[in-house]
Design a protein around this ligand. Structure first.
Ligand code: ATP
Length: 257
């Protein structure tokens, strides 16, 4: 692949299927293999929409522009196939799936990816061998595997479960949408350290897009770039120090530049 390019977004314009107004108004973003990009910006500026459009949610209509992933036209792929190609999206408010054990859910996701890559599924015992070290890494108890998916999980546990999924699926691009919201100080540190370990263990040089309102997580997971999204556009890109400026000055100064 030329110059390690992983994700290329060009002039992306998006609206809801039946709406007039654009939510995304010409996004340009390039993510190379191994890079960490943070996206910040005021409420309602389009950050989550961008992540869902990359992942392939069909609620949104791409009116103009393109998204390429490893040179492939991502817009031709379904949400499942995008996941199988190596795009992982951790949801802002993880869904509760009634009645399904976490371990079965995780194995299903894992096997679906193997199938896509024409590899045989792993049996339940082999899967335990795969999942245990990841559990340990994230600081989760084994009992966590036998609970129903997200039912009664605390906010922090849901986030940790997302990171467990990220570790298991070992995607090429992980999009973490407000993984840090609602975490206590220790949990934030644990999750940040787990993410860093996952990056080290990854068989790919994994890339991350991390959407956040807070500088704190970026102190642990140092991004290569910070983008500020405003009214559906990236209006500024800087290095990790931009988070400090945003923390002290807010967003208005950029919007009026
Ligand atoms: N499914 C939807 N139905 C209606 N409006 C939507 C939908 N998805 C996005 N929007 C609108 O698009 C705009 C951008 O929303 P989005 O959630 O992408 O913003 P955000 O930057 O992630 O916000 P926050 O920081 O508050 O999470 C908002 O005005 C939102 O109301």
């Amino acid at each position: 692949m030329k110059d390690n390019s992983l994700l290329q977004i060009k002039n992306l314009h998006v609206k809801l299927a039946n709406a007039e107004e654009y939510i995304l108004n010409g996004i340009n973003l390039n993510v190379k293999q191994g890079e960490i990009h943070a996206i910040m910006g005021p409420n309602g500026s389009g950050k989550s929409t961008l992540s869902k459009v990359i992942a392939g949610h069909n609620l949104y209509k791409v009116v103009k522009g393109e998204i390429r992933f490893e040179e492939k036209n991502l817009l031709d792929y379904t949400i499942e196939d995008r996941a199988n190609l190596g795009i992982f999206l951790a949801f802002q408010y993880p869904l509760e799936i009634a009645g399904v054990n976490n371990i079965d859910f995780l194995r299903l996701a894992y096997n679906s990816k193997l199938k896509f890559n024409q590899t045989n599924p792993v049996d339940p015992l082999k899967f335990l061998e795969i999942v245990y070290p990841k559990l340990k890494l994230i600081g989760l108890d084994e009992s966590f595997l036998h609970r129903k998916v997200n039912e009664g999980f605390s906010g922090g546990e849901k986030k940790k479960n997302e990171i467990l999924q990220m570790a298991l699926l070992d995607s090429k691009l992980a999009i973490l949408d407000e993984t840090d919201s609602g975490l206590d100080i220790d949990a934030l540190k644990d999750i940040s350290n787990a993410i860093k370990s996952i990056l080290k263990m990854s068989q790919f040089k994994q890339s991350i897009i991390i959407i956040t309102h807070y500088q704190r997580i970026l102190n642990y997971i140092q991004p290569d770039y910070i983008h500020v999204m405003y009214k559906g556009k990236i209006i500024k890109t800087g290095d990790a120090s931009l988070a400090n400026q945003l923390e002290s000055r807010g967003y208005e100064w950029i919007a009026s530049e």
